[in-house]
Design a protein around this ligand. Structure first.
Ligand code: AMP
Length: 221
């Protein structure tokens, strides 16, 4: 199964994608995570992407799309995947469809995580990420058992540099500019399912799981 999670920064795409990927045994592909790994590893791609990421803008489509193409060709992605952070605009959505068509496959479900602005700001300003394994916590909603240490691997937690107020504003503006076209694109293909992501993570997860079950039970043409 191939699933796209769409939604603003702070919708909980990362948290949902990790749990969903575990439950459905699919690969979790986060373009933001791959880019951050490249930045911290000092690769060419990381050097090219860093300034866009620091300002809250989008990394150019050709760089991200090539990176995604490589990632979805890896063995663990052949059984299916959950995309978190891609596509971010129509160009990327079309590029994704083209790459999957060449593999005689396509996206099965697009889940739009509708989130209010108050919840977005609250989630992003308290978000903590593990430097070692990328696990996501929140100062208030999902605090680690030991302050600033990851429950899963003991790594150090940090606040993403783009989770600062000014950059959050830019990221939201970039998101708003692109999202309605993306929603129209997936609505036209009848793949889009919208749900409110303002609720607790567990509630949102069970709604997504229900959608995947309905999809699996539905007749395929
Ligand atoms: P995220 O972790 O999804 O919030 O992404 C963090 C940052 O990485 C974004 O603000 C962008 O600068 C960059 N990024 C992630 N995914 C994409 C994408 N599909 N297209 C362009 N830039 C991206």
């Amino acid at each position: 199964m191939k699933i796209i999670l769409l939604g603003p920064p702070g919708a909980g795409k990362g948290t949902q994608a990790v749990n969903l990927a575990q439950g459905l045994k699919l690969a979790h592909i986060s373009t933001g995570d791959i880019l951050r790994q490249n930045v911290s590893g000092g690769t060419d791609l990381g050097r090219q992407a860093k300034s866009y990421m620091d300002s809250g803008g989008l990394v150019p489509d050709d760089l991200v799309t090539r990176m995604l193409q490589r990632r979805i060709s890896e063995p663990d992605a052949q059984k299916g995947f959950i995309l978190d952070g891609y596509p971010r605009n129509i160009n990327q959505a079309k590029a994704l469809d083209e790459m999957l068509e060449k593999k005689n496959t396509g996206i099965d479900l697009v889940v739009y995580l509708d989130t209010s602005e108050a919840v977005i700001i609250q989630r992003l300003s308290g978000r903590l990420v593990c430097k070692a394994c990328g696990a996501i916590f929140h100062r208030k909603n999902m605090p680690p058992k030991i302050e600033m240490l990851c429950d899963k691997c003991g790594g150090t937690l940090y606040q993403r540099t783009d989770d600062k107020e000014e950059t959050i504003k830019t990221r939201l503006a970039v998101y708003k500019k692109e999202v309605s076209a993306l929603i129209q694109y997936y609505k036209a293909g009848a793949k889009l399912h919208c749900l409110s992501a303002d609720e607790e993570a567990d509630m949102v997860l069970s709604k997504i799981v229900q959608l995947t079950e309905e999809y699996n039970d539905s007749p395929k043409v």
